[in-house]
Design a binder for this molecule. Sequence first.
Ligand code: FMN
Length: 165
Amino acid sequence: MQKPFNFEAQKTLDILSAGAFLTTRSEGRLNTMTISWGAIGIMWGKPVFAAMVRASRFTHGLIEAAGEFTVSLPSQDMQKALGLCGSASGRDIDKFEAAKLKPAPSAKIKTPRIDCKGTHYECITLVKADMTPQNAADEVKKTWYQDNDYHTFYFGEIVNTEIVD
Ligand SMILES: Cc1cc2nc3c(=O)[nH]c(=O)nc-3n(C[C@H](O)[C@H](O)[C@H](O)COP(=O)(O)O)c2cc1C
């Protein structure tokens, strides 16, 4: 039986928690931001990556409009670029230029991936869900959302996985 994923779970989660790139493009505007939270699993009978994007991010508007995104989990040292893409906003600068990143075409969606060694997921949003003060536990609100900048979850079907060695 063909397996929907091609990864070792712990290794993938270790890379994600150190930082991955969430890339979006809408109306010709390409942007990437660093993520370290997310989930990978089977949902609605499909392989899914769930990304969490706060409403304040430039990425939020792009991912809403595009309905798709890529996630690049680097296997080479990208700490400098991850630091920049996790602190600067695409509203203010072109992060590809600033971090010397290159886009590479995806196989199944229009949004490109980052041109680097690692695992790349091409995702089409199946479901999105807004976090609200009503649906979060007090402890979570107190720790993470004192500024009311809640995440939206984007559950993307992984329509293609590319591994670049
Ligand atoms: C290691 C790391 C992980 C991050 N993870 C997330 C995340 O999962 N979701 C999120 O909304 N922001 C996350 N951020 C913050 C965004 O990357 C940051 O606000 C970025 O500047 C947003 O870019 P944008 O405005 O171009 O979308 C993270 C930052 C770092 C440094």
